[in-house]
Design a protein around this ligand. Structure first.
Ligand code: GLC
Length: 667
């Protein structure tokens, strides 16, 4: 079967720029989906599987739950949630029929994937203005590739952003950061970057640096550079309302903030207190906001993370006022159960209130658009503001950027991290399961807060999580204010941390090469076994193993106190057991089911038949690792080749044929 993509336009869709390919829209009936009253319906066969939906809770097969595309600041990543930070409306049905669906619709969309009725998909938008793309192909991977070609090439970060990074909400000063770097360097644990959370700013004002705690910031950036450390500051969506603060004054003067119906600037609140939200959907405002990053680029910064851009609203000025009035009336009351519940809901309802999202407006090419109609484009366009500005300010240089909120289309401008997870074992598994779904939607540069963001972590959880994290493009340990310190050097078994993170650096030639090839060819980096071994019923049901690139399969341990795990081998493979880059053991295993021992200080993965994994002995930071001699691990019985992609990692001449080398192995 040939790939085919059909575009059907319904009503008057709002342009999202998610799609880059030019397709002529058809009118009329949509294949596969039946329109019934307020919804699209698709009847599921008992064996049908549903894949995709990007950043979401639950498994790789998304069937059996109701999801909502509605970007949300949602730190509780439990099974009962319906949305997280991203809105990624692409999925594939694989079963009696096989096709992909992309609903290019920026408002709230309900995706009932066999929840209300187990045999039915029911998709409900809030209005009927959208582009629907139906993609057919022989296998799931063909459909995904066709979709990825439609939406354009995924973002490519600088190579150093593949190194390990340490983050924590609460590093207050230069000295706090120096201490972290020293902790790593003194213990020979490799590291390339330290992230700067909101505390580096002057009272949480974007594009400022606290001069008391960072008295000479450019000098500090240079000092860190000498240590081979990149500093990566956070940028939040809300701009503090404060007289004399340049970004605020300029934004107000130019009319670049989101507006109330009456044209006044909408007032919400986030970390700094009251803020205005830049209108990223207004081209000029986007350009203006993007230029603000120059303040930090000029001081030597080469990477950023964009946060709170759903946008997260702690409260709006007008809603707070109304709630306060009600509370005053309640003074000294003898509240019964219902009143207490009502009181609690009222106070909790101040944050991210749907009514607030309906009360402010964007200026999209001169048209006033109510926020909730385009809610899911907000974080996307914040990151696009940065990406477009980087293109202009430093066209030849790759800048690291990733965002919390996203929509398909943003994958061209930046990566995304999986937001505020918890130090829970179940979130280690969730991290693994989100990877392929995000890849399907174009997001390749991604990863979760390793060790867990909220709640106190444990040493074994951090180790096990790193054993997955060494394979994810974004490899960052991040934790919330007030939680247990979880930098790798804080724990007893430092040798294990050093070796495991060291393995990331050793495997870098393979990991980088596979990332680049996946990005340049619109392919997935993490592939569920179900996609690669169609027709294999065990592969179809494997929810805790993934293929990573062409050569390897990963199967991390994700339960506490386990000394190993069950692994399914869909074909004969070579098991690789690493305690460090110097201690590697291998063993060939036939296709089948196994219990594999994996000690806490070991990394285990599998090489597919006739495949090669290039590696080096690694180093303390990426540049050092790059200088090492290239070796290979392989499972070759006769001869095989590996296409290695290698470049300097800073520039953008991706297509240069000199970046490709062929590694040949003959036994
Ligand atoms: C948000 C982010 C988190 C960050 C915190 C403080 O919760 O998701 O990563 O640490 O804000 O900036």
């Amino acid at each position: 079967m040939k790939n085919s993509i059909r575009k059907i336009t319904i009503g008057k869709p709002i342009h999202t720029d998610a799609v880059v390919a030019k397709l002529t829209a058809e009118k009329g009936k949509i294949p596969y989906l039946k329109r019934e009253d307020k919804s699209f319906i698709y009847k599921l066969g008992t064996e049908d599987r549903i894949y995709g939906l990007g950043e979401n809770v639950r498994g790789i097969n998304k069937r059996g739950w109701i999801y909502e595309s509605n970007c949300a600041d949602q730190p509780n990543h439990t099974e009962s949630q319906h949305s997280l930070y991203g809105a990624h409306n692409f999925f594939v049905i694989d079963g009696k029929e096989r096709f992909g669906v992309f609903l290019d619709y920026p408002g709230k969309l309900t995706l009932d994937m066999g929840y209300t009725r187990m045999d039915e998909v029911r998709i409900t938008p809030e209005d009927w203005n959208m582009d629907v793309y139906i993609i057919e192909g022989k296998e799931v991977l063909d459909i995904v590739k066709a979709f990825r070609t439609l939406i354009g090439r995924s973002y490519i970060p600088p190579k150093w952003a593949f190194g390990y990074g340490q983050s924590r909400w609460g590093y207050q000063s230069e000295d706090d950061i120096r201490k972290v770097v020293k902790g790593y360097r003194d213990n020979d644990i490799p590291i390339d970057s330290v992230y700067m959370d909101i505390d580096y700013m002057e009272r949480f004002k974007d594009f400022t640096v606290n001069e008391e705690t960072f008295p000479d910031f450019p000098k500090f950036v240079t000092e860190m550079e000498k240590e081979h450390i990149h500093l990566v500051p956070i940028i939040d969506a809300g701009v503090k309302i404060e007289k004399g603060y340049e970004t605020y004054e300029e934004g107000v003067e130019k009319g670049y903030f989101c507006k109330e119906k009456d044209g006044t600037d909408f007032v919400g609140a986030v970390w700094p207190g009251r803020v205005h939200f830049p209108d990223f959907l207004n081209k000029d405002a986007r350009k203006w906001f993007g230029k603000q990053y120059k303040f930090l680029l000029d001081q030597g910064i080469e990477g950023f993370w964009n946060d709170m851009n759903e946008p997260s609203i702690f409260y709006s000025e007008k809603n707070l006022e109304a709630v306060m009035k009600k509370i005053q009336k309640m003074d000294n009351r003898d509240m019964d159960m219902w009143e207490v519940f009502g009181f609690r809901d009222m106070v909790n309802g101040l944050a991210n209130n749907p009514e607030d999202y309906k009360s402010f407006y964007h200026d999209m090419d001169g048209t006033k658009v109510r926020h909730d109609k385009v809610h899911n484009l907000y974080g996307y366009n914040m990151t696009r503001a940065a990406g477009e500005a980087f293109e202009e300010l430093c066209p030849d240089k790759r800048i690291l950027i990733f965002s919390r909120s996203s929509y398909i289309g943003m994958h061209r401008y930046g990566g995304t991290w999986m937001g505020d997870n918890q130090s829970w074992w179940s979130h280690l598994l969730l991290n693994l399961q989100m990877l392929p779904s995000l890849n399907m939607c174009g997001f390749l540069y991604t990863g979760a807060d390793l060790g867990g963001f909220g709640a106190d972590t444990t040493e074994d959880l951090v180790l096990r999580w790193l054993e997955l994290g060494i394979f994810t493009p974004l490899m960052r340990n991040h934790a919330a204010l007030g939680t247990r310190e979880q930098e790798a050097y804080q724990f007893t078994n430092k040798e294990a941390f050093k070796n495991i993170i060291g393995i990331r650096y050793g495997l870098m030639p393979y990991l980088y090469s596979e990332y680049m090839k996946a990005a340049l060819r619109d392919e997935m980096l993490f592939v569920p076994l179900a996609f690669a071994y169609p027709g294999d019923k065990y592969a179809q049901q494997t929810e805790d193993q993934l293929l990573l690139g062409e050569s390897i399969m990963i199967a991390p341990v994700y339960t506490q106190n386990a000394t190993g795990r069950y692994v399914y081998l869909p074909e004969k493979m070579k098991l690789v057991r690493m305690k460090s880059m110097k201690d590697i053991k291998t063993e060939v295993l036939e296709k089948g089911h196994y219990y594999i021992d994996v000690a806490l200080d070991e990394v285990v993965f599998f090489i597919r038949p006739e495949k090669i994994v290039p590696y080096t002995m690694g180093g303390q930071f990426l540049e050092e690792a790059e200088k090492q001699e290239l070796k290979t691990l392989h499972f070759v019985t006769d001869k095989a080749e590996y296409e290695l992609y290698e470049d300097e990692g800073y520039e953008k001449d991706y297509e240069n044929p000199n970046h490709y080398k062929t590694i040949k192995v003959e036994v």
